[in-house]
Design a protein around this ligand. Structure first.
Ligand code: F6P
Length: 302
């Protein structure tokens, strides 16, 4: 079978570098005379038949931006068999020979379902969470830098007033982002699950709250603690101002780092090369500084 039409979708939380992956896939498709279709809104776009042909105009000015030009989604409908069947028939009716899926662990689970129903899928790990079994996922590096930059700004004021801060960090259930940020800002005040030891946290904060150390910054992996309540408790116990900070989408958006652009682009073009070699049903991502293929089932950390 000669490959004529490839499709690509981005699913789950948008990650900086997803657009680079689309560009990488497009560039390789162009070289090989293959049409690349973007599926909008993640898996929902398969159901709603939202296929658009990717061209330079669509990509121009956007490939170096965060987010995803294809938009994303967390499709509940895709899990239901009637909608899933519609997705399969839309792929068939659009004569799609292979589908590239860029996303995190939820997206890769969807890919397994498609693969098991005869769709030629190739997955690329795109999520700020780093919750897949690759050294890094596309977007993780940028998100780490975004968070470190935001905390550096906050730290200026903390330092000026000898305040402390409790900061909620994304990552879903994966602590890689919070750990990387903690290393980068030299803080060992980290809460990664609800069973944290409040007394030892208080003790650590008191020990560094002397105006000579970096301000106490407690990093909380989302869903591990209520940061408003925790800030109040710490403030009372430590007798300093400790304010809660929610960085929200500041973490996920913005210009992708050079690392994520290179990673995304190379992964995108490698996915198309894999398709040309009829290597489907895998995920491609970084192991150290090498791109490797893995069984999708072996990609999950949780
Ligand atoms: O998967 C990326 C992520 O930002 C997670 O870290 C977080 O739990 C979730 O998405 C937030 O999702 P939403 O886009 O619904 O706010």
């Amino acid at each position: 079978m000669k490959i004529k039409n490839v499709a690509i979708l981005t699913s789950g939380g948008d990650a900086p570098g997803m657009n680079s992956a689309i560009f990488g896939a497009f560039t390789e498709c162009q070289k090989n005379n293959i049409k690349l279709f973007g599926v909008q809104n993640g898996y929902d776009g398969l159901i709603d038949n939202l296929f658009i042909e990717i061209n330079y105009q669509l990509l121009a000015g956007r490939i170096n931006r965060g987010g995803t030009i294809l938009k994303s989604g967390r499709s509940k409908r895709f899990l239901k068999s009637n909608y899933f069947k519609t997705a399969l028939s839309n792929l068939k009716n659009n004569k799609i020979d292979a589908l590239i899926i860029v996303g995190g662990d939820g997206s890769l689970k969807g890919a397994i379902k498609l693969r098991d129903n005869g769709v030629n899928v190739v997955c690329l790990p795109g999520t700020i969470d780093n919750d897949l079994n690759f050294t890094y996922t596309i977007g993780f590096d940028t998100a780490t830098n975004n968070i470190v930059n935001a905390i550096d700004n906050i730290t200026d004021s903390l330092y000026a007033f000898n305040y402390g801060a409790v900061i909620k960090i994304m990552g879903n259930q994966c602590a890689d982002l919070v750990n990387a940020v903690a290393d980068a800002i030299h803080s060992d005040l980290i809460i990664k699950n609800p069973d944290y030891d409040l007394n030892s946290l208080v003790k650590s904060i008191k020990s560094i709250n002397d105006g000579n150390h970096l301000p106490p910054i407690v990093l909380v992996l989302e869903n591990s603690a209520n940061i408003e309540d925790l800030s109040k408790i710490l403030q009372e116990k430590c007798k300093i101002q400790i304010r809660p900070h929610i960085l929200g989408y500041i973490q996920r958006g913005g210009t992708p780092s050079a690392f994520d652009r290179r990673y995304g682009f190379t992964a995108g073009s490698t996915a198309v090369k894999a398709i040309l070699n009829k290597q489907y049903g895998f995920a491609i991502g970084l192991d150290g500084n090498q791109l490797v293929s893995k069984e999708i089932e072996n990609c999950f950390k949780f």
